[in-house]
Design a binder for this molecule. Sequence first.
Ligand code: ADP
Length: 462
Amino acid sequence: MFRKILIANRGEIALRIIHACRELGIPTVAVYSTADRDSLHVTYADEDVCIGPPPSGGSYLNVTALISAAEITGADAVHPGYGFLAENARFAEVLAECRLGWIGPRPETIRLMGDKARARETAKSCGVPVLPGSEGALADAASAKRLAAEIGYPVILKAAAGGGGRGMRIVHQEKDLEGHLTTAANEAAKAFGDGSIYLEKYLVEPRHVEFQVFGDRHGAAVHLGERECSIQRRHQKLIEESPSPALTPELRRRMGEAAVRLCEAVGYENAGTIEFLLDRDGSFYFMEMNTRIQVEHPVTEMVTGTDLVKQQILVAAGERLDLPNGPEPRGHAIECRINAEDPETFAPSPGRLTTLHLPGGPGVRVDTHAYQDYVIPPHYDSLVAKLICHGSDRAEAIARTARALDFLVVEGIRTSVQLHRRIVRDSQFVAGALSTRFMEQFLEREQIARRSHGAGREGKDS
Ligand code: ADP
């Protein structure tokens, strides 16, 4: 087993990894930028090392500083969390060259799945359905046009190296294709250092349903059920739940089998997520694989009773996977991402938390690095806390989420709390009628209600 683990991350996930290490009796090393000196992950780790200035390029992405921190403290393994270097195959290789353990999949797998066009081809080759689209990256505009005409519009252009919902373009008609292709390629080259673009059929109102998978180096591969992540803003997830209200046991079995088949085909080690789009007729299509622990992993933990981060550490240390394949979900869990952002414009809202009161009670879990008087720095993502509520069924999970959101007080910054309160009381949400267009339609419904309410009042006043 590892002697000491360095956590190459910050925020709630750094703290989450400390929780797992503590329970396993493994000492931890926190690294931090000068903007994160007062962060809880620094307080709770056994040791800490400052690795650089606030911009992540000089700190959380600074491979030399991270390796030095591991050497100085005698850490023998690194957990990357999510984001930053979590899906950087080169970082995993450098660690191996320095004889440091890596808590994640093999670098070859990260590289293969990190190229979304190649990942798509890999899925296809092992019989996992993919949407009609290009084989690998697009060669030029003319071939893109030919392909799009064959598939039928709308189509979506995606950056092969993309992530975080960036670098995607929906194209509704041929005359827009070339222009979108040029801007998407330029944007991708700038953001990811790789301008390769691929194309696939765009589904108009699908659900985003992803499977948690796990593999070990002894050849075992399992899935731990799904998460529905259809509630998104600008392709970024806002609310996730498990199980998906759309899946029958039969569909879960088929999708789970496809996910495991792909894992086996690539010899997948450690935790991963296979994302699918689920169409209204029950057809599902591979979208991409994330080769790391996800933000939304807690909903799976709640319904399967497992600690995924502990499993990651055990499996990385060479132990055999101790997880069942396709367990029956126990109850229902919902996660709300509490972001420091303007509820109207969704612009980041960093600053001091003048009041913070976290809810508790049955079935409520809050994963956060925040505390009263904590100052959210402007340099990183806007996730402040994850509120995860578990109930015996979806109705109880919703009721718990609603009351926990009512008891959650965050003052001093703007947050998404109020938006979550409205969503969990929305009739479509309660009915489980979800799709990736949910947010767009929800905001429209609210606007119409406001307008008619305003009109009604005007009528009464006059
Ligand atoms: P990223 O890696 O940037 O998050 P994904 O490929 O995971 O990108 O896609 C993010 C979101 O974009 C999906 O959850 C879905 O809402 C939307 N999306 C992606 N591909 C399609 C498609 N072919 N049809 C409809 N929506 C799509």
